[in-house]
Design a protein around this ligand. Structure first.
Ligand code: IMP
Length: 417
């Protein structure tokens, strides 16, 4: 039996899809524990690209996939993704919160009202859906699949949300209580057979010695508590989120794989000390295809930042690191790594808890030689010596083995160490 969690160690988009897919091959069960269709996982198999927002990446492997209570689910997106993939064995926890049309409208309206103080959300209704969960007025999967309950819950929620949208934000609501019920009750009936107590199913699978893979979305520094609040998402991507997001007692997870991209990217607003601009940023952005899978927004790009990574190792208890997109840096003359921050003249080597300090952190860089990667290297030893130096330096600084080094988008372009 192994329990494995795959978690983003930076700001999301570290290339989790590929490693999750890799790990899913060995799994009996793949479980998502947080987030919603704000995520974007890309998996390339035999030259075919699969993009998911909501379904666990394990879906490509034909494995049974579960959506845990910590997820917010947009049934319209679920329908689309199921149609795209065809066959899927999916279980959805009754406690999963449903993203309703008013959540999308509220997300957009609240961002627009914030103006230049906006978070830069994906606009998928994630924050408002989690806010309703905390306010105890969310609609859950158990409501969605029961027509009577759904009707009642929509009749309770719709007038309030309509008032907020129209009276607070001055937005015209283009859906009615009836139209929402009509559409969502059909979706609910379609997904009814997928009901599963995910907490029970996942616990049983672990107790029965099965291999369970927990799939995180977003990244450590988008965690609602431990990230760059308020420039964060509304769930808990960190590994601890597995226990509350699935409903498991605290237990040792065998492998906690942190995904680390060989450089840093971020979408949305918020401080980013090692951020690059100009030609070099464009070059890396283009080479790495750094455009959001969900929104298509160009990602902000910067050098690798060891300070946030040291914190990510600690917050997640990482046992392994999967180092991704090393090939993207191929051909650069020199590569910088942020090893420390200087904040008000003092040196720090971890992520500071105060956002204002993170915002004024000046990166202290170590310069390393550039390298070339062809993508055809089959082992670590075959890599350019300077590329190995880069990997080994990061490994030494973080004290965690870089067990996977990814040198291209395909499944085969992964070196296991
Ligand atoms: P939300 O999750 O849509 O509310 O967005 C909150 C913040 O998290 C924004 O900065 C988004 O760009 C960011 N975010 C959400 N999901 C992802 C993701 O999967 N990858 C990277 N950033 C994300």
């Amino acid at each position: 039996m192994t329990s494995t969690v795959v978690v983003g160690a930076q700001f999301g988009d570290e290339g989790k899809g590929k490693i999750t897919d890799f790990e899913a091959e060995k799994a009996d069960l793949v479980v998502r524990y947080q987030g919603g269709n704000n995520a974007g996982h890309t998996v390339v198999v035999d030259g075919k690209t699969f993009k998911f927002h909501l379904l666990p990446s394990g879906a490509v492997q034909g494995k049974r996939c579960l959506i845990g209570a910590g997820v917010v689910l947009d049934p319209r997106v679920l329908k689309e993704e199921i149609e795209k993939i065809g066959e899927i064995e999916l279980g959805i926890d009754p406690r999963v919160q449903i993203i309703m049309p008013w959540h999308n409208s509220l997300d957009g309206a609240s961002e627009a009202r914030k103006g230049d103080k906006k978070i830069g959300t994906t606009g998928r209704g994630i924050g408002p859906a989690y806010a309703d969960r905390a306010s105890r007025c969310g609609i859950r999967f158990s409501d969605l699949i029961d027509e009577e309950k759904l009707k009642k819950r929509i009749s309770e929620e719709f007038p309030i949300k309509k008032d907020i949208l129209e009276k607070v934000y001055g937005i015209t609501v283009d859906f009615s209580e009836e139209s929402v019920f009509k559409e969502y009750s059909v979706l609910g009936q379609e997904f009814k057979s997928m009901l599963s107590d995910v907490s029970l199913e996942a616990s049983k699978a672990l107790n029965d010695g099965k291999n369970v893979l927990f799939e995180g979305a977003q990244g450590t520094f988008l965690d609602n508590d431990f990230g760059t609040y308020p420039f964060v998402t509304s769930s808990h991507p960190i590994a601890g989120g597995v226990f509350t997001g699935v409903g498991l007692g605290i237990r040792k997870l065998d492998k906690i794989i942190g995904l680390v991209k060989a450089y840093t990217t971020r979408v949305g607003e918020g401080p980013f000390p090692s951020e690059l601009d100009g030609e070099l940023a464009n070059q890396i952005r283009e080479a790495g295809g750094e455009y959001g899978t969900t929104t298509g927004r160009p990602r902000r790009v910067g050098w690798l930042d060891l300070c946030i990574l040291r914190t990510a190792v600690r917050l997640n208890g990482l046992t392994d690191i999967a180092f991704t997109k090393l090939d993207v840096l191929s051909g650069l003359d020199k590569i910088l790594i942020c090893t420390d921050y200087e904040i008000d003249g003092e040196k720090f080597n971890e992520f500071p808890h105060a956002l204002e300090n993170f915002a004024k952190a000046k990166p202290v860089y170590k310069e390393m030689s550039g390298f070339k990667i062809s993508g055809k290297e089959k082992s670590f030893e075959e890599l350019d010596e300077k590329a190995r130096e880069y990997v080994e330096f990061v490994e030494k600084e973080l004290g965690v083995k870089l067990s996977f080094v990814s040198i291209g988008p395909g499944r085969k372009e992964t070196i296991q160490r």
